[in-house]
Design a protein around this ligand. Structure first.
Ligand code: AHR
Length: 346
């Protein structure tokens, strides 16, 4: 080979080498970009749209698990039917999503489908209400409220109120408009009240489900008013029921408010996200609201991020919540060793 031919061959080899190098740099960058912008596919089964709380919760989830945040979210509304939620979960499994997020309507009946998710190797995050399954390894973690504590706080507030107003325990005539029977929010809040009824000797006249809706709150309250003429406390297990109950009380020509010694009917409830309920609180038509925080989207996002980075999140993640009240005399309640302050709303 002549000197010139040798040079040409060398240059050719160099050019091939440089192209090859450039190729590998490009492909490395692509891989890097892909892993940086990895799209996480999440199947989210929401139980329904029964309340303002639920709408706020859905919005929070859709915003956090958005395309802009790197998620491909498959959202299914269960329309208040567990069977629809089970079908949605099976569809997510078939689609081989990276994570399943479940906001269950009721606590029981999830063992089989969660086993299917586990067998498929898909982590399940439970949000808001709990699931009652024999094997807790069927889900990765849970985030939501301590519903029994909410009920305990409300009962402690009622107790404080009777003490301060000098009302005998047996003169508290309560009706409870419960949430969806079998849901954690109903179970916890009803238990909080029942235990206090036993402890203080309050008169619990009746309990019936209002399904967490305004329409049912109105119907149930109207029927309670037809049956009992001495109701002075209405314990509503969410704000939508309270709005319906207030309508029914006023339609029956009675007054709502905290002055039960002078014939007003006191309404207390849970949530604190509904604009009308907050307005009623300011007006004194609702006396106390135990907060239930619906903004779980960023919390679920953080749990997924922990799992994505190979971490292990806490199994149970409770959200801190407060009490809102329009009655200025009660500024805190105590449960066991813990004292919780009350946010006075003016
Ligand atoms: O599970 C949370 C409860 O469900 C909220 O209190 C209620 O408003 C909702 O429908």
């Amino acid at each position: 080979m002549g000197k010139k031919t040798h040079m040409v061959a060398m240059l050719l080899l160099l050019a091939i080498f440089m192209v090859a190098c450039r190729g590998s740099v490009v492909s490395e960058t692509t891989t890097e970009q892909t892993s940086e912008t990895k799209v996480v596919t999440v199947g989210f089964s929401q139980l329904g749209a029964e309340s303002d709380w639920r709408s706020a919760n859905t919005d929070s989830m859709l915003q956090a698990l958005s395309k802009e945040n790197g998620y491909n979210l498959i959202y299914k509304n269960g329309q208040q039917k567990q069977a629809n939620q089970v079908t949605a979960l099976r569809m997510f499994i078939q689609q081989e999503v990276d994570y399943i997020v479940l906001a269950p309507e009721t606590e029981t009946g999830w063992d089989f489908v969660l086993q299917e998710a586990k067998d498929a190797g898909i982590p399940v995050i439970i949000v808001d209400r709990r699931v009652d399954v024999a094997d807790r390894s069927l889900y990765t973690c849970w985030v939501g409220s301590d519903f029994e504590l909410e009920g305990q706080k409300m009962a402690a507030w009622l107790h404080e109120y009777t003490e301060k107003a000098g009302i005998a325990s047996s003169d508290l005539h309560i009706v409870n408009i419960q949430g969806t029977i079998g849901s954690s929010a109903q179970i916890g809040r009803t238990r909080g009240l029942s235990n206090a009824v036993r402890e203080y000797g309050w008169d619990l006249l009746a309990e019936e489900s209002g399904d967490f809706t305004e329409v049912r709150g109105r119907e149930v309250m109207a029927s309670f008013l037809r049956e009992y003429d001495n109701i002075n406390v209405v314990y509503c297990e969410n704000d939508n029921e309270a709005i319906g109950a207030i309508d029914a009380i006023e339609a029956a020509g009675k007054r709502v408010g905290s002055d039960i010694k002078n014939g007003e009917i006191m309404v207390v409830s849970f949530d604190g996200i509904n604009a009308q309920a907050l307005e009623y609180l300011k007006q004194g038509k609702i006396s106390c609201i135990a907060e239930c925080n619906p903004l779980h989207g960023p919390r679920v996002q953080a749990l997924i991020e922990t799992l994505e980075s190979g971490g292990t999140p806490e199994k149970y993640n409770y959200v801190a919540e407060t009490l809102f009240s329009s009655v200025p005399e009660i500024t805190s309640v105590t449960i066991g060793e813990e004292t919780y302050s009350v946010d006075i709303v003016k």
